[in-house]
Design a protein around this ligand. Structure first.
Ligand code: CP
Length: 351
């Protein structure tokens, strides 16, 4: 895989290739073969993703350039994302991009010849986070198959949730989607699970299933994604776990993951329990991102071939947050499972 844009681009074997490469790097270290420059462009705030890519870059003996906000760049003078990517394509050997616009990373991969890693595109996807989530689960349980996984909180806007569900469906997970109606998992994902005959449960109280699950994946309700602040306030702080609500009530082997940052959903009194793996999870980001950069720059790797990929004169994607509706693209769509999808954000096209 040259580009890492959506988890839907990966087969089980390709996911395992990344995890095995990360494990090899963790065990044996990394020996530098070439000088590379990593272009890191972040249009949204980040602590872990940006800094762990940065740490991974230095540990590989590479250099990095880029920016951590559009402020101070020529985007402020009106430069398009297209032209910004063209410059990074000239100045670097691999681009890591985080953007608030859905589909921005796929658009970048269409413009750039160098590999592109999606470090989060709006509410859409965050595949490098998923790879480190999977790595953490795999190391803990020695497998990824047939696990019971509860995802709690902001399942509607949570890009880490969307990518993780798409990945774990390849490993026959049983899902418990724990959220109030306004942040429940998108219908398109449920339809994908149903099509693949994957078991899932929709609920709003984690207490009902805390004794059943192997993984409790907590998420922050993301204020910045809501169009209506009143809707955010109606669900803010809805899930707060602590030692008393978890320890002794869950399986002895249950792990708590969180992509972080957390606000109030995990009390710090859980941090030193054996269930809390979220800091280890963040640490795993370094070797996993080293593996992704190494594989992305491997000249033998190829991208997923999209079926019946077609450009269009008109914007066809109905997702108002998609790059197609923000700046000129070739409005490509592809077909799969008797549906057509937006090439950039993956939204199913419905009349
Ligand atoms: N998990 C994650 O994406 O964290 P940051 O927003 O801090 O990068």
């Amino acid at each position: 895989m040259k580009d890492f844009i959506s988890i839907n681009d990966f087969s089980r074997d390709e996911i395992m290739e990344v995890l095995n490469k990360a494990s090899e790097i963790e065990k044996n270290g990394y020996s530098n073969k070439a000088n590379k420059i990593i272009g890191s462009i972040f249009f949204e705030p980040s602590t872990r993703t940006r800094l762990s890519f940065c740490s991974a870059t230095y540990r590989m003996g590479f250099d990095t350039l880029g920016f951590d906000s559009a402020e101070g760049t020529s985007i402020q003078k009106g430069e398009s994302l297209r032209d910004t990517i063209k410059m990074l394509d000239l100045y670097s050997d691999l681009i890591v991009i985080r953007h608030n616009i859905e589909g921005a990373a796929r658009f970048a991969s269409e413009i750039a010849d160098v590999p592109v890693i999606n470090a989060g595109d709006g509410s859409n996807e965050h595949p490098s986070q998923t790879m480190l989530d999977l790595y953490t689960i795999w190391k803990q349980f020695g497998k990824l198959d047939n696990l019971k996984v509860a995802l709690v909180g902001d399942l509607k806007y949570g890009r880490t949730v969307h990518s993780l569900v798409k990945a774990l469906k390849l490993f026959n997970a049983e899902f418990y989607f724990v959220a109030p109606k306004v942040t429940q998992i998108p219908t398109q994902i449920i339809e994908e699970l149903a099509r693949n005959k994957i078991s899932y449960h929709i609920l709003d109280n984690y207490n009902e299933i805390i004794d059943k699950v192997d993984v409790l994946y907590m998420t922050r309700i993301q204020r910045e994604r809501f169009d209506d602040i009143k809707e955010y306030e109606s669900v803010s702080g809805i899930y707060k776990i602590n030692k008393a609500s978890i320890v002794g009530k869950c399986k002895d082997s249950m792990i708590i993951l969180h992509p972080l940052p957390r606000v109030d959903e995990i009390n710090i009194d859980l941090d030193d329990t054996k269930h809390a793996l979220y800091f280890q999870q963040a640490n795993n980001g370094i070797v996993v991102r080293m593996a992704m950069m190494e594989l992305g720059m491997d000249s033998k790797t190829v991208n997923k071939q999209f079926n019946d990929l077609k450009p269009s004169e008109k914007v066809l994607c109905k997702n108002p947050k998609c790059i197609c509706n923000k700046e000129p693209t070739s409005n490509k769509t592809f077909s799969e499972n008797n549906n057509r999808y937006c090439y950039y954000c993956g939204t199913v096209l419905k009349d």
